[in-house]
Design a protein around this ligand. Structure first.
Ligand SMILES: C[S@@+](CC[C@H](N)C(=O)[O-])C[C@H]1O[C@@H](n2cnc3c(N)ncnc32)[C@H](O)[C@@H]1O
Length: 390
C-alpha cells in the first residue's frame, strides 16, 4: 500500500485544495495523540490518510477503514499533504502517481448499483471470492447471455480481473469490492440463478470468518430463483463436513455431493490441490421454494441536536451487545479545525462485523458511507441512537 516514511508529522493549515484534491481537516485520537487522520476528498472518493508511529518509524499511509476506490487517489493525497505540510520524507512508494485521476471502469460497481442490473438480467450468476478469476472469466466468456457478478475483498485480485475484463472486452461481467456475506442481505429475493463458492478460505481456527454459515445459506436460498443452485467446491474435508452439517440443519433441501468431479476450468487453487493429490468435494444445494420478497428499508440517519460530551467520552472503548448484533466504540477522535468528535466503530453481526466512522456533527453521519443494509447493522444503529440521545 502507498505510504510515506516521514521524519515527523507536521500539521498543515486546512482545508486546502490542490487540483481536484481537497485536504479537509485533521482528527486526533484523544488517547493517543500520535494517531491522526487527514480527511480527503477526491471526486466522489472520501477517505482518511492515517499518520501513526509504527515501531521506530513515523508513517503517513492509507487508512484501511475508509479506503478510496483506487490506490492512485491515496498516492495523490499523500503527495499533496507532504507538499503543503512540508514533511521531510525519508522514503516513499508514491512516485508513480499520475496527475490525472484514473477513470473508474464501468464494470466496477458499488453495492447499491446492482438493483437495476439484477432486475434487467434474465439470467444471473454470482461468484463469491473469485481470486485469480479464472473460473469467473471463463464462465462469462462462454455464457455471453448470462450476467456475471464477481465479489471479492482482495484488492489485487479485483484489479487483475478488472484488467482482464477490459482486455477481453466482456460486457456481461461486473465486479464488486465487498464482503459477500453483507452484500447478500441487500439482493432482491428470487433473482439469482447460480451462486459459486469455490475453494473458500477454510478458516479452521476462526470459523466465524467462513463464508458459509447458517445466515449465508438462509440468504442464498432467499436470493436464488426456483431451481437455482448454490455450488460449493472445496479441497478441505473439514470445510466440506462443516458445510454439510450446516445444510443438514434445514428441513427441506435438495443436496448433491460429488467427489473429484472434473469441471471445464480449474482455478489456481484447484491446480495446486490436484498436484498434491488432494480430494475435491462438491456440495450443491438446489432451491425448491420461491421466497417472499424483501421488505427491508433501513434508515441509518440520526436526528440533529447537541450531544453531551460526557456521554461521548464515557462511550469510548465500550461495547453494546444485542441478541444478534453489537457495536464497539473502538476509538474517539477530535478534529483540530472544528472540534467535532468522531468514533471509529465496529458494528453489525458478530461473525461479520463492519468497520466505519461515526462523525458527531450537529446531525451525526457515518463515514465513508452508511453501514451495509442488514438487520444486524440496523439493530446496532438503533443502539447507537439510544446511547447518544437517551
Ligand atoms: C482461497 S481463495 C480461492 C479463490 C478462487 N475461488 C479460486 O478457486 O482460486 C478465497 C478467496 O475468497 C475471498 N474471500 C474471502 N472471504 C470473502 C468474503 N466474505 N467476500 C468476498 N470474498 C471473500 C478471498 O479474498 C480469496 O480471494
Amino acid at each position: 500500500m502507498p505510504h510515506l516514511h516521514i521524519e515527523q508529522f507536521q500539521t498543515a493549515t486546512l482545508p486546502h485544495k490542490v487540483d481536484n484534491i481537497v485536504l479537509k481537516r485533521i482528527a486526533i485520537n484523544v488517547e493517543h495523540c500520535d494517531e491522526r487522520l487527514v480527511e480527503v476528498e477526491i471526486g466522489t472518493d472520501h477517505f482518511f490518510l492515517l499518520s501513526k508511529q509504527s515501531g521506530s518509524k513515523n508513517l503517513l499511509k492509507s487508512d484501511k477503514t475508509s479506503r478510496p476506490s483506487t490506490t492512485a487517489h491515496i498516492k495523490q493525497a499523500l503527495n499533496a499533504y507532504a507538499d503543503i505540510a512540508d514533511l521531510k520524507v525519508i522514503d516513499s512508494n508514491t512516485t508513480t502517481t499520475t496527475v490525472q485521476t484514473p477513470k473508474r471502469e464501468s464494470h466496477l460497481k458499488f453495492a447499491d448499483e446492482f438493483e437495476d442490473i439484477f432486475k434487467e438480467s434474465s439470467k444471473t450468476v454470482i461468484e463469491v471470492g473469485f481470486g485469480s478469476g479464472r473460473h469467473l472469466l471463463y464462465q462469462a466468456l462462454n455464457n455471453p447471455d448470462v450476467t456475471h457478478v464477481g465479489i471479492e475483498i482482495h484488492r489485487p485480485s479485483l484489479q487483475q480481473v478488472s484488467k482482464q475484463i477490459t482486455i477481453q472486452g466482456l460486457d456481461n461481467l461486473y465486479l464488486l469490492d465487498y464482503d459477500a456475506r453483507l452484500f447478500f442481505e441487500s439482493i432482491p429475493s428470487n433473482s439469482i440463478d447460480t451462486i459459486f463458492v469455490h475453494f473458500p478460505v477454510p478458516w479452521d481456527k476462526k470459523p466465524h470468518r467462513r463464508v458459509i454459515s447458517r445466515v449465508f445459506v438462509d440468504e442464498s436460498l432467499r436470493i436464488l430463483k426456483l431451481n437455482g443452485s448454490l455450488e460449493l467446491r472445496t479441497d478441505s474435508p473439514t470445510y466440506f463436513e462443516y458445510s454439510l452439517q450446516t445444510l443438514l440443519g434445514y428441513d427441506k433441501l435438495d443436496l448433491h455431493i460429488c467427489k473429484n468431479r472434473t469441471i471445464d476450468i480449474s482455478s489456481k487453487y484447484e491446480d495446486r490441490w490436484v498436484r498434491q493429490e488432494r480430494d475435491i468435494y462438491d456440495l450443491t444445494v438446489v432451491s425448491h421454494e420461491e421466497s417472499k420478497s424483501l421488505q427491508r428499508e433501513y434508515d441509518f440517519s440520526f436526528q440533529s441536536g447537541v450531544l453531551d460530551r460526557d456521554i461521548i467520552n464515557n462511550l469510548n472503548a465500550t461495547t453494546i451487545k444485542n441478541s444478534n448484533s453489537f457495536v464497539h466504540f473502538e476509538r474517539l477522535f477530535e478534529f483540530e479545525e472544528d472540534k467535532q468528535m468522531m468514533f471509529r466503530l465496529s458494528l453489525g453481526a458478530f461473525e461479520r462485523p463492519e468497520h466505519l466512522y461515526l462523525i458527531l456533527a450537529s446531525t451525526p453521519y457515518y463515514f465513508p458511507s452508511d453501514p451495509a443494509p442488514s438487520q444486524s447493522a440496523y439493530q446496532a444503529h438503533q443502539s447507537i441512537k439510544e446511547v447518544l440521545y437517551g
